[in-house]
Write a protein that binds this ligand. Sequence first.
Ligand code: MG
Length: 406
Amino acid sequence: MPNNTNTVVFLDTVQYGYGLSVLNLSIQNTDMNCSILVLFWRLQPYVIKMKNSLVCLNTVVRGLIVVVFFTGLINCKEDEKDKPSVVPPPEAEAPEEEVPKLITATAVEYYGALKVVGNQILGKDDKPVQLRGMSFFWSQWIGKYYTPETVTWLKDDWHCSIVRAAMAVDQGGYLTNPETEKQKIYTVVDAAIEAGLYVIIDWHDHYAYDHTQEAKIFFATMAQKYGDKPNVIYEPFNEPMQVSWSGLVKPYLQAVIDTIRHYDPDNLIVCGSPTWSQDVDVAANDPLVGENLAYTLHFYSGTHKQFLRDKAKRAMDKGIALMVTEFGTTDATGDGLVNKEETRLWFDFIEDHNLSWCNWSIADKVESSAALKPNASATGHWTEDQLTESGAFIRNEILAKNPDFE
Ligand code: MG
């Protein structure tokens, strides 16, 4: 509220004996800087001579005073209208800064090295980064898509800003054919670096604590080779089963983290938690030690609904940062109906919390979470007819939300 003070000093003295009449009208408004109106009339030449005229004059003067007073008051009100209110208008809510749709830089050039600050993953400008893209399938089973052309197509046609190389460990994977599987990782990671995409190196294993030495050797190799590339994100444990976090999963992760940090002090490491990387709230109660550590959250929309969003929220409220390195639009089996309605609820949650994600998966397997129909090319250039219901839905989401990076 404006703080106005009006003071009216009114002197109307008609002194017949001395022939002097003084009128002084002052209107002050100190806070509004209103002009000070002072009238000072000297009437002595007239009052000496004619008493009757003096009485008449006094009446005229009183009338003038009233006119002047109200004129001054009106002027003050007019001035008040012109002046801005002394109370500043409420600060408009800053519009959320939107990432431009067309960016003449690659995703990695634009966002830079990723860093965890509190429960957020930030880019080089200290703003939250949201990446959206695709995960490849188990490398030993559908390794044919681990090609540079597929990576390039996912960037150019889908506008992915991230991909995930899911290196199988057991079941005929790295433990059986280390060089073959490792080469698939090199192919995808090198192509992603060339394309300016972020890329996750995923130790795709449900029992990684049984393969700790192998994991340490593998990630030591990766960290030495790629530790200076801001593109690279390590995921040392895809999905632990329903086992102890503090007793089994955390010690394994801590050992691999320490190995990676020996060669690479800073690239982002995203860690799994028990119950197929759903127990992020359990991990948040006993977090890992180190810098630039986040936790992966996996969900399948047909199976994992509000209860898992609540767990994720609790984990973030405790201060850990999350990244959805794998999710499906279907049941947890990877099959069943494509649940778009529930996936949209997940997208709302993801947008609200600036989470990055990779969808499962670039595969032509006959199951509903696969993005491609059988026999889709291993070098991209897929027509829309070659995308499954889930693949087309996810591609549309990426195209709608991701910028078109160079
Ligand atoms: Mg580094």
